[in-house]
Design a binder for this molecule. Structure first.
Ligand SMILES: NC(=O)c1ccc[n+]([C@@H]2O[C@H](COP(=O)([O-])OP(=O)(O)OC[C@H]3O[C@@H](n4cnc5c(N)ncnc54)[C@H](O)[C@@H]3O)[C@@H](O)[C@H]2O)c1
Ligand SMILES: O=C(O)[C@H](O)[C@H](O)COP(=O)(O)O
Length: 391
């Protein structure tokens, strides 16, 4: 059995060489001979699996993506090809939720706003949206859950209205890219919607960039600059946190200049998030082939090296549980979103391609990679609600 996998999938060789003969490929660069020989093809979101590719993958019987998003898969074409397809649903939900927490803390501290009592709308309440909801809840914010497809399927789930979404203080996008059907998401935030928003609102793009109409947004920023220059303020645009961009890997560097935080589609790129993607596909391939899944991700992840200052920040939080600044210090030990933002901007000053940053993204660990010890029961409860492993 020949297994072809994307070289950026952590531990893929270790997992899949227990099943067959493995070969890796560079994201998006697939050799015709390798494709023609592959029985199993394992990708990330950077490889479009469409009719053209499938014509070259004659023997592929199992095609998987080690990601949550599946918009790079032409599912109909894969099914017509006779192959089984799958994804790694939920693999990086925790990482994205931690990214959202880091951005909320950054904005709260820099704009001197109290998060408790503010509203946060979550668009798409699936694996990621649910984890974001529990973080937002732990911060004392009020939650607006928007997911009409879920409401249609689940009698116990009620979706907020879209009007409630666009009047929230924070709006965090976690719905997949869907081009048509009853609930499309492409350009959900178009000119008409953006027109109803104001400059005191925050919009977080962490699912797919195509949920926002970039041109409509740019037009608003251009008009805003023009009206500011003429002294008449006629147009406003929300404050932006952009991780996912329209038309990646090429992105609008103009839009980047208007962002409060800008990153290279790395919200889900914790080591655990990426490695879980590999491990989920391993389990699914074993199931498909009816063989035992004897390997476990636990055995591959390295021990987390605790940053020197983490304990001092934990002690400070133990004494001052309500301080967002102290919480931010702890979060930054795991994930420093400002670093990602400034590195991204430096890189984009020379390029409009985000691929190199994503390929060489440094190791980032999730909050529960280490246990933290606290005394104060309130501090314990707060950190645990945010996803830390607390003793
Ligand atoms: N930035 C990143 O690194 C990153 C990481 C993980 C996932 N993602 C993106 O986030 C998306 C969500 O991930 P997930 O794991 O939560 O997927 P999921 O399938 O578990 O959840 C998606 C939810 O969105 C809902 N939805 C679908 N259409 C909608 C609409 N029109 N309006 C509102 N809600 C709608 C679905 O009903 C579902 O509950 C992925 O498809 C992917 O595109 C990005
Ligand atoms: O859909 C997902 O899981 C995420 O967007 C994921 O972070 C994509 O990462 P990539 O495969 O592009 O490295």
């Amino acid at each position: 059995m020949k297994i072809l996998f994307d070289s950026v999938m952590p531990y893929a060789d270790a997992f899949f060489s227990s099943i067959g003969e493995c070969k890796s490929f560079e994201s998006g660069v697939l050799g015709d001979i390798d494709l023609a020989e592959a029985d199993v093809l394992l990708t990330r979101s950077t490889t479009k699996v469409d009719k053209q590719l499938l014509l070259k993958a004659e023997h592929a019987k199992f095609i998987g993506t080690a990601t949550a998003g599946i918009n790079h898969f032409d599912v109909k074409a894969i099914e017509q090809h006779g192959a089984h397809w799958t994804s790694a649903a939920g693999c990086n939900a925790r990482a994205v939720a931690e990214y959202v927490l880091a951005s909320l803390l950054y904005l709260a501290i820099n704009d001197e706003i109290e998060l408790a009592g503010k509203s946060c709308a979550i668009v798409g309440v699936g694996e990621v949206g649910r984890q974001v909801a529990s973080i937002v809840n732990a911060l004392g914010m009020s939650i607006v859950l928007y997911d009409p497809p879920r409401a249609e399927l689940e009698s116990t789930f009620t979706s907020a209205s879209f009007d409630e979404v666009i009047s929230a203080d924070f709006i965090s996008l976690h719905a997949p890219l869907i081009n048509d059907g009853k609930y499309p998401t492409r350009h959900m935030f178009n000119d008409i919607v953006l027109n109803k928003m104001n400059a005191n609102q925050y919009l977080i793009s962490a699912s797919r960039g195509e949920l926002i109409d970039t041109n409509a947004l740019l037009a608003r920023f251009r008009l805003k600059s023009k009206s500011a220059a003429s002294g008449v303020s006629q147009c406003t645009a929300p404050q932006l946190v952009m991780d996912c961009w329209e038309d990646e890997p090429t992105i609008s560097t103009e839009l980047m200049t208007h962002c409060r935080l800008a990153t290279a589609h790395i919200a889900g790129h914790s080591l655990e998030g990426k490695a879980r993607g590999t491990s989920i596909l391993y389990d699914k391939l074993c199931e498909f082939l009816a063989v035992d899944n004897v390997l476990n991700l636990r055995d591959f992840l390295p021990i987390y090296e605790m940053p020197e200052n983490l304990m001092a920040h934990i002690r400070a939080f133990d004494m001052d549980t309500l301080s967002l600044a102290t919480l931010n210090n702890i979060v930054k030990c795991f994930y420093d979103i400002e670093n990602d933002d400034s590195f991204f901007r430096q890189h984009m000053a020379k390029s409009d391609q985000i691929t190199p940053i994503r390929k060489n993204y440094p190791i980032r660990r999730e909050f529960d990679a280490v246990s933290v010890r606290l005394q104060n029961p309130v501090a314990k409860q707060q950190l645990s609600a945010l996803g830390f492993k607390v003793l």
